[in-house]
Design a protein around this ligand. Sequence first.
Ligand code: IMP
Ligand code: MG
Length: 179
Amino acid sequence: MESEIFEVLIGEEEIASRISELADIIDDDYMGEEIIVVPVLKGGMLLASSLMLEIKKSPIIIDYVDVSSYGDKTESSGDIKPNKWLVNSVTGKNVLIVDDIIDSGRTLNYVKNRIASENPKSVKICTLLDKPSRRDHKINICSDYNGFNIEDVFVAGYGLDYKQHERNRPYIVKVKRHQ
Ligand code: IMP
Ligand code: MG
């Protein structure tokens, strides 16, 4: 039977202070302009909530998209399925897409391109984690506001799931699997 060990990789305080730094940078960049914050469900929910509580200068509208790429597997299939799409029009608006992690980049590439096709004023990406070594090099995408770069390890917590669990841990763990 498979069992797993969860080892803390990034602690709660480190995450909170990095999110607060990102919010300050975002406040400086948008200079009080309205932002439509778009969490990518379900992984982006936790970062989006914490980040929005720290953004002080820009008025915020919340929308969301829900896309699946992984299912319960730990490898991206590359097939992105939109389950839910934006409620509001983003034409002429500043859109900030928020997700837990940029891995191969396929999910955020799909979301960004589809939002860009609606002619927003700007579209940027905020992620808690980036695994640069995993990027699909056919895709030219990066996170504009990233919390932490990590190595190619499977992680969970702060929105990221392991078999649909562990999303609500307020810190990031490395998942080590044993047979
Ligand atoms: P991408 O399309 O390969 O960039 O994958 C993005 C999605 O894969 C993320 O939004 C996560 O849902 C999931 N993902 C990627 N790496 C991990 C991980 O280490 N743990 C949990 N989920 C992950
Ligand atoms: Mg996700």
